[in-house]
Design a binder for this molecule. Structure first.
Ligand code: AMP
Length: 419
């Protein structure tokens, strides 16, 4: 494994997997360019050091080539941010892609069309009938594996070295995110986005300064179980908020009205409470909540204890008094990890808890607390409030970050690290 800072790029063509899966509006304008901005330092570094670039990414979930998901829509944004004109290969496997990459001169940039126009990128057969027999599926999968090898080999043939800077897809063993690495045994490395993510998450998981507090929110307990259990090995305090807290409250005999609840997870919720005790982790639930008589921004509201919610009402956000208690815990911490909103923050009436957490984190970061924010909705909350650069690190990879936190070795990381 090489390092981008010490690698000699002069005269070399670097194929870089980035995550340019940006949201586009109906006029194909980018509505959030965070992911493009994030990759620019890596791309500029290669160019500054005398290399040329072949940029590859996916966009959306196309089932085949389609104008809607063409990366041509983002050429202008890349050119503007990189400060240079770029070439575009309208088929990542076409003769033009091979020709253009062969002729790249130092300082030049080539963007390949959406990798997912080919099923080979993900390695899953696309045209299999749902009711196909197991034998047919087996043959199709084996054929796809062979095709994927050819696809990967061809991508690798365009370049002299490989950089993975797409943390958002690091949890997928796709052609461009993992399989390609083996063609560059001595010339593969992480880009700065990947390096930054790994360092930030390891700062919480592997060498945190205590006390460590995790705030886990969001809708479902079931999707966060693995992380909660893994974090018990690391944290001193865990604050559980959002919709998922009501499964814990009901499991302990509380009245939760018509709040969100996963009845089939109640036993698990009790076992989590038990595990927290064994591991000496202090659990904080919501205490007081803002309840509503409908799932609507126009609903009537009142404040009540989270275990005494009247019939027909539901918990929608943490109440100010509880937020104050959480704040004291956060202010006494040295490391804080936040994943998931603590209320239905999409509705302004129930966003105060989530924006409150964002404000507290921004504030304690300025006093030296290491604060890591990850997971789509909490990232959206800090970004919307303009606090993204006021916390220590905002993780761009939702699913990848969660899997990394769960302790899973991500294929995209493994492929670069292994000899
Ligand atoms: P997740 O993707 O699991 O992190 O969940 C995020 C979603 O949880 C957001 O859409 C929130 O609106 C939702 N959420 C947070 N708190 C509540 C709540 N008390 N009741 C219902 N949904 C909630």
């Amino acid at each position: 494994m090489q390092k981008i800072d010490s690698y000699d790029f002069s005269g070399k063509r670097a194929i870089v997997r980035v995550d340019f899966n940006v949201p586009l509006n109906e006029n194909f304008q980018i509505t959030d360019d965070t992911r493009i901005r994030a990759a620019i330092p890596t791309l500029k570094k290669v160019l500054e050091k005398g290399g040329s670039l072949i940029i590859m990414s996916h966009l959306g979930r196309p089932k085949g080539p389609t104008g809607k998901y063409s990366l041509k829509h983002i050429i202008g944004a890349i050119e503007e941010k990189l400060g240079t004109k770029i070439k575009f290969a309208p088929d990542c496997m076409g003769a033009e892609a091979a020709e253009l990459s062969k002729n790249l001169k130092p300082g030049e940039v080539l963007l390949l069309e959406n990798l997912r126009f080919y099923a080979e990128e993900e390695g899953k057969p696309r045209d299999l009938a749902e009711d196909a027999s197991d034998d047919v599926k087996k043959v199709a999968k084996a054929e796809m594996k062979e095709k994927q090898k050819e696809f990967t080999k061809k991508l690798a043939s365009y370049a002299d070295c490989y950089i993975n800077d797409a943390f958002g897809t690091a949890h997928r063993a796709h052609a461009s995110t993992a399989l390609i690495a083996k063609y560059f045994p001595n010339d593969k490395m992480f880009g700065y986005v990947m390096e930054g993510e790994i360092v930030a998450i390891d700062k919480v998981l592997k060498s945190p300064v205590h006390p460590v507090t995790a705030i886990i929110g969001g809708a479902k307990v079931s999707s966060k179980i693995a992380i909660i259990e893994k974090l018990f090995d690391v944290v001193d305090n865990m604050i559980i908020g959002g919709g998922m807290v009501f499964t814990f409250i009901k499991a302990q005999g509380g009245k939760i009205g018509k709040s969100l609840c996963e009845d089939d997870q109640m036993e698990l919720a009790l076992s989590i409470i038990e595990k927290a005790k064994q591991k000496n982790v202090k659990l904080y639930f919501s205490g007081d909540v803002i309840i509503a008589d409908a799932f609507s921004n126009d609903a009537n509201t009142q404040i009540c204890a989270d275990n005494k919610i009247p019939d027909g009402w539901m918990g929608m956000d943490v109440a100010p008094a509880t937020l104050k208690e959480w704040e004291a815990v956060l202010r006494a911490s040295k490391t804080v990890l936040w994943n998931g909103p603590v209320g239905v923050f999409e509705m302004p009436k129930f966003a105060n808890g989530t924006t409150g957490i964002a404000k507290i984190l921004a504030d304690i970061t300025s006093t030296g607390v290491f604060t890591l924010v990850g997971g789509g909705d909490s990232v959206a909350a800090v970004t919307q409030m303009g606090f993204a650069d006021k916390v220590s690190y905002v993780s761009t990879g939702g699913g990848a970050m969660l899997e990394y936190l769960e302790g899973i070795e991500l294929p995209g990381i493994k492929a670069i690290r292994e000899a």
